[in-house]
Design a protein around this ligand. Structure first.
Ligand SMILES: C[S@@+](CC[C@H](N)C(=O)[O-])C[C@H]1O[C@@H](n2cnc3c(N)ncnc32)[C@H](O)[C@@H]1O
Length: 363
């Protein structure tokens, strides 16, 4: 291991450990660092929750019960967008003042939550612009200048806020595409409501389908040379990501991998790798939750129920990409991980959970 830096950031709850990009952490050093940290709140997989039985968190409706999802009542006091997020929304949705914005966001949230009672809706994650906090974001934004027509794909896009932010920051909308499982394509439509756009106003490509479906993505080797087929001219007519094999220059995916077990995460990584361009500096990047030790863990939900979840560790995450998904020496894996105060405060504490920000770069 070459370098391990511990940075104390201004936010009192966040400590970030920067792991040297192309080296592996040795276990003892890693554990020592972890032992020095304080307890954080646990966050359970976002789509996998069940109703709490306590009166404090009453179930919302039969539909939610049928969906088997932990749906808590909406709570306006959780509205906590920061200035960057508010400014972005005001400029893109053409809203003048904070109060009007708050009302608009709450309205769209309530509308979406009736159908999609997920924590990411309840806690406004859909408007939080996770992409801007990824360490390589500014660098990645330069790709379209260096490679006109460079494609940005957002996997598991929810409202599409991250994609919209990248477009706002300069990525041509016509060269972007998002994917969402068909059953939840209404989330993408809520993105149009939130940002007050139509598909013509925001001409990003959108594919509705399961990331694991062979008609949508393919489980093939990554491309190590340029693909023989040309890049599709228009992304708006795509019904599948398969024509993009070897043509995607940047793939963003946040809060997505940790929804799946270890085997599925590896499969997902391989499906994304097959889409990535072999050109140097092409990237797959994102953020999600992890633990210090890789493995299955029984997490305790707010209602006291147990739930088994697979977590990657920063080391196992790097191992998966370099030498497993991609041939060793063909990618660099950057990992930044931090301990954060969770806003999912209704969940019981059950050990430390870390937010992993990562970027896999073709060399
Ligand atoms: C927790 S949300 C994360 C949303 C967004 N990326 C973010 O950072 O806020 C997970 C997203 O993945 C989508 N999703 C879940 N399973 C999927 C699958 N098998 N294929 C495609 N999308 C899926 C859901 O519709 C949801 O939008």
């Amino acid at each position: 291991m070459k370098d391990l830096q511990v940075n104390v950031l201004s936010h009192k709850f966040i400590r970030v450990i920067l792991v040297q990009a192309d080296t592996m952490l040795s276990a003892p050093t890693f554990s020592n660092v972890l032992r020095s940290k304080t307890q954080s709140q646990i966050i359970t997989p976002l789509e996998e929750r069940t109703f709490p039985s306590t009166p404090r968190y009453p179930p919302m409706s039969d539909n939610h019960l049928k969906a088997g999802i932990l749906a808590l009542e909406l709570d306006e006091t959780l509205y906590n967008l920061n200035n960057e997020q508010k400014d972005f929304l005001k400029r893109t949705a053409r809203i003048d003042n904070d109060e009007e914005l708050r009302k608009h966001v709450l309205e769209v949230q309530a509308d979406a939550y009736k159908v999609f009672p997920y924590p990411c809706i309840r806690y406004f994650t859909f408007a939080k612009l996770a992409i801007t906090h990824l360490p390589n974001y500014q660098q990645i934004l330069k790709l379209p200048q260096a490679r006109p027509g460079a494609i940005l794909l957002d996997m598991g896009c929810c409202f599409g806020s991250d994609l919209r932010k990248a477009v706002f920051d300069g990525w041509p909308a016509k060269d972007t595409v998002a994917l969402l499982i068909s059953e939840q394509l209404g989330l993408w439509e809520h993105g149009h409501k939130l940002y007050r756009t139509t598909p013509a106003m925001f001409p990003a490509g959108f594919v509705a389908g399961d990331a694991f479906n062979e008609d949508i993505t393919s489980l093939q080797e990554p491309c190590y040379s340029l693909p023989p087929e040309n890049r599709p001219e228009s992304l708006t007519s795509l019904k599948s990501l398969i024509p993009l094999r070897g043509h995607v220059d940047a793939i963003h995916t946040s809060l997505f991998f940790h929804l799946f077990d270890e085997e599925k995460q590896l499969e997902l990584a391989r499906r994304l790798a097959a889409l990535l361009s072999p050109m140097p500096s092409s990237v797959i990047f994102g953020g999600h939750y992890a633990r210090a030790e890789k493995g299955l863990k029984t997490e305790i939900l707010g209602n006291g129920k147990e739930h088994i979840v697979f977590w990657h560790s920063p080391e196992s995450w790097k191992d998966m990409w370099s030498g497993n998904v991609f041939r060793e020496g063909t990618v660099r894996v950057d990992v930044v991980w931090s301990e954060e105060e969770s806003h999912f405060t209704e969940l019981q504490q059950s050990g430390k959970l870390y937010y992993l920000k990562w970027c896999v770069t073709r060399l």
